[in-house]
Design a protein around this ligand. Structure first.
Ligand code: FMN
Length: 195
């Protein structure tokens, strides 16, 4: 069965919700999600790296802090140089997601950091695959129940306010994440022929 690793850091639980919704979407495709949470930058990354290497696809996620991925994911990326040396992640499917407080909040920069890592590792990037919520309407409303309300194409970008992760990010962001998990699993299944 297709295995999709979801490697993520989440300081306060909001990005974790997005990771869990992506896992939900992976399961909806009939594939197996493996949630790998990064605790912080100084942990031993070996177990996470081994688990990610066993998967057919790896989706990376982090909150946007100071306009980029949080340091936990950055440290994991540096540790992944071991996979770079051996080419262990070459031709695995890759994807990315980020969450921040602001509508923009420089989330694109965080997604670009994830994309660049995937290309350093010679992976196959899968974009959002979901039209912007404004597509076909006169003006976007950015309502929390809209799917891809900030019109990201590179990956999943979601927004949370300072309320509990139980209520934010909103329903549209959660559905966006579920659809992305489904897409990642389906594309991976097509490439590996084992879904
Ligand atoms: C150190 C720090 C830096 C932040 N920088 C940004 C930022 O650049 N843009 C933004 O929109 N929100 C920023 N925020 C808000 C976080 O993005 C938001 O609270 C976070 O996505 C919540 O996710 P988490 O609960 O998974 O940590 C920052 C928060 C912290 C703690």
């Amino acid at each position: 069965m297709t295995k999709v690793a979801i490697v993520f850091h989440s300081g306060y639980g909001h990005t974790k919700v997005v990771a869990e919704e992506i896992a939900h979407g992976v399961r909806n495709a009939g594939a197996t999600p493996i949630l790998l949470e990064i605790e912080g930058p100084s942990q031993d990354f070996k177990p996470l790296l081994e688990a990610a290497t066993e998967a057919d696809a790896i989706v990376f996620g982090a909150p946007t802090y100071m306009g980029d991925i949080s340091v936990g994911l950055k440290a994991f990326f540096e540790a992944s140089s071991s996979a770079w040396y051996t080419g262990a992640w070459k031709d695995k499917v890759a994807g990315g997601f980020t969450n921040s407080f602001n509508a923009s909040g420089d989330k694109l920069h965080a997604l670009m950091s994830i994309f660049v890592l995937s290309q350093q590792q010679h992976m196959i990037w899968v974009g959002a695959g979901q039209p912007a919520s404004s597509q076909g309407t006169p003006a976007p409303t950015f309502a929390v129940d809209e799917i891809n309300r900030f019109s990201y194409s590179i990956g999943v970008a979601t927004q949370s306010d300072n309320a509990s992760p139980e209520v934010t990010p909103g329903s549209g962001d959660r559905e966006f994440a579920r659809r992305y998990g489904l897409r990642i699993a389906q594309v991976t299944g097509k490439l590996t022929g084992i879904l």
